[in-house]
Design a binder for this molecule. Structure first.
Ligand code: NAP
Length: 323
């Protein structure tokens, strides 16, 4: 039998953890290890015993326990720790697992930070434009909207059905925890406003950028096409259309990008849509693990969606039923 790597998952009862557990359980080269039932309090001896000898530990828990677990796992000699929380995403000596920007997970890394969901969508859309000096680096305005699973499974008043249903409302205005992460990896300031949608999952952003003098919207699109040409799960659409809808991306690793065709008031809208639980968390984590173990990056993932086929509304509806 060919070699199988053991991956322990802490937090598999959470939204992101459930999706990652499913991907790991179906993966041909990974064997999922789940610590004993109940919440894995950092340092708990029975959990530590269950983690002994595994090839990697994935942490799908909130930032505070993730920070504590990371420190304990490093001290106890764990070979690889993949943290899905935002505890280590702005540390220069920790690999940031946004493959399209930072490349594959280095083989020798011990700790890897999985990117956040809004940062993933925003950076896929904006980083090539900022790196290519096509837009004014003094700042972009990003408006996002996402489903309630982005907040995790904990109960909160604003996540109750009665509050969410038929409603759209901004949250964490002025102090969204993803803004510093975006700015760190973009190397430019952003203004970020996010809205909560009455859907379970999916996330979309519109970033208003100011092109430098002489740069057209077509130049911005060409830059994204060139940057993502070798990234099969990133689709730069011809124009903003129905394929930017959440249904295109939910249940998949795919990201859909588009650039508005004209500038108004000196700004061009740039769009990105992903599934917060897949590309924004679990499938991105799976790609990082694949790279870490020298496997094909897409192993265990469905093939990229066909962006052309997605333009038919019926297809989009069919995909609304995928997990
Ligand atoms: N949801 C997303 O779209 C998304 C996207 C990207 C990254 N992330 C990150 O992924 C991580 C998990 O997010 P989530 O949305 O899956 O959260 P969640 O649904 O609230 O699940 C959290 C998980 O962590 C466990 N947990 C909570 N507090 C803990 C503690 N003090 N010690 C040990 N375990 C604890 C929970 O166990 P119990 O079952 O006992 O409560 C559950 O298994 C977070 O760091 C989040 O920022 C989430």
């Amino acid at each position: 039998m060919s070699h199988v790597n053991t991956i322990a998952l802490i937090g598999c009862s959470g939204y992101a953890g459930q999706v990652l557990a499913t991907l790991l359980a179906e993966h041909p080269k990974f064997e999922l290890r789940v610590p004993p039932s109940g919440r894995a309090i950092p340092g708990d001896p029975s959990t530590l015993a269950a983690l002994a000898g595994v090839d990697a530990v994935a942490l799908a828990v909130p930032a505070t326990p993730a920070l504590e677990w990371t420190s304990i796992l490093m001290q106890t000699g764990c070979r690889r720790v993949l943290d899905l929380s935002d505890s280590h995403r702005r540390e220069d000596d920790v690999h940031y697992a946004l493959r399209e920007l930072c490349g594959p997970t280095p083989e020798g890394a011990r700790l890897v930070a999985n990117p956040g969901c809004y940062p993933t969508a925003t950076l896929l859309a904006l980083a090539p434009l900022v790196c290519g000096s096509l837009v004014d680096p003094s700042g972009a305005c990003v408006v996002g909207a996402s489903g309630a699973s982005g907040a995790g499974k904990g109960l909160r008043d604003d996540l109750h059905f009665c509050h969410l249903e038929s409603n759209v409302l901004p949250y964490n205005v002025g102090h969204h925890r993803h803004r510093p992460e975006i700015e760190h990896h973009l190397g430019a300031p952003v203004s970020l406003v996010t809205q909560l949608l009455p859907v379970a999952r999916g996330l979309t952003i519109t970033a208003f950028v100011a092109p430098r003098s002489g740069v057209t919207p077509a130049d911005l699109r060409a830059c994204l096409v060139e940057h993502h040409a070798s990234h099969p799960y990133v689709h730069v659409l011809d124009a903003p259309d129905g394929r930017l809808g959440l249904k295109s991306a939910v249940g998949s690793h795919d990201a859909f990008l588009a650039v508005g065709p004209v500038a108004h008031g000196g700004h061009v809208p740039v769009f990105a849509t992903i599934d917060n639980l897949m590309r924004g968390a679990a499938s991105q984590a799976l790609v990082a693990l694949n790279d870490w173990f020298g496997l094909e990056p897409s192993l265990g993932l469905a093939a990229p969606r066909d962006a052309e086929v997605l333009s038919t509304p019926l297809f989009a509806h069919a995909h609304a039923r995928t997990p």
